[in-house]
Design a protein around this ligand. Structure first.
Ligand code: CO
Length: 301
């Protein structure tokens, strides 16, 4: 790990992320617009002096991740919804990441418990030297015992400064990867459970982007918008609704054209909504922790 790694800053973003997640419980209710919920949850973090590690994800039912409301989103939570809230506060380059599932249906407790139990089982195994495939095997075992499948093409990850998906992938099944956790490393573990196939695919909604390059843009307006993204969001993921809110002086058409140009030039990474391949219901639980010699300390607590 980097010598100058600031664990106090890391713990601060973890704590605020956890508090925001708890606050989300009082916000995600039937009848509430997703757009309003997203605004309130993000405001909770920003009012405390933190930035966002990424736009709050409010993924419903067979959506596993990466749904965040559009600027004109009219969707409202109903009592048919199982809501995955995934969020993170940011302080400088230190990134929080945690998630939970809120069941507005009252009928998906078993699926949600499976994801939470798998997470706790995985956390109990974390220590320096632990192979990531062993953690995956534990998650898979809990899923099987509960009659569900883990989602195999989603998983936990290392969290370095500036990078939410660093070095390691922590599978939700035994993928044979013998990469070992290192002392001092920050990781997020996130079991996803489903009654479907156990894999996700890209869905239609695309609201989250991340700037990864600076091409020579042909249009002046695209250059202006690219510079604005660099200045405002740096290389962290942002939501289209943030860009519309923040930029001013540009029409929606101009902004969308710039996004299309920058995407075509591979200057933007795109994060479309991820949906269960067979349309299965999905639950997720996620915590972030620091790997220690003989265990770990969870920071999103
Ligand atoms: Co994560």
């Amino acid at each position: 790990m980097e010598d100058e790694y600031d664990y106090d800053a890391m713990k601060e973003v973890g704590k605020v992320s956890y508090e925001a997640l708890q606050h989300a419980r009082s916000v995600v209710k039937p009848g509430v617009k997703l757009l309003d919920a997203a605004r309130v949850i993000e405001a909770f973090i920003m009012e405390r002096g933190f930035g966002m590690a990424f736009p709050v994800n409010l993924s419903l039912n067979s959506q596993a991740a990466h749904y965040t409301p559009a600027i004109d989103d009219t969707a409202v939570f109903t009592d048919n919804d199982v809501v995955k809230v995934d969020l993170g506060a940011r302080k400088g380059a230190y990134l929080g990441d945690c998630a939970m599932t809120i069941d507005l249906t009252g009928g998906q407790a078993k699926l949600i418990e499976a994801s939470e139990e798998a997470l706790e089982e995985a956390i109990s195994m974390v220590k320096a030297g632990r192979k990531v495939c062993e953690i995956g095997a534990a998650v898979e075992k809990v899923a099987g015992a509960k009659g569900f499948r883990p989602i195999r093409n989603l998983g936990g990850h290392g969290v370095s400064r500036e990078d939410l998906h660093a070095r390691i992938f922590i599978p939700n099944y035994d993928n044979g990867d013998e990469t070992a956790l290192e002392e001092g490393e920050v990781i997020a573990i996130e079991p996803f459970m489903t009654d479907g196939e156990g894999r996700v695919k890209d869905g239609a909604s695309l609201q989250i982007y991340q700037k990864v390059g600076s091409p020579a843009a042909r249009l002046a307006s695209t250059r202006v918008i690219a510079d604005f993204i660099d200045a405002k969001y740096s290389t962290y993921p942002f939501a289209l609704r943030w860009l519309f809110r923040d930029i001013g002086g540009q029409t929606e058409f101009t902004v969308l054209r710039a996004i299309a140009d920058l995407s075509a030039a591979d200057a933007l990474d795109r994060f479309p909504v991820l949906v269960e391949r067979r349309g299965g219901m999905v639950a997720q639980a996620e915590k972030e922790m620091i790997v220690e010699k003989d265990g770990c300390s969870v920071i999103t607590a």
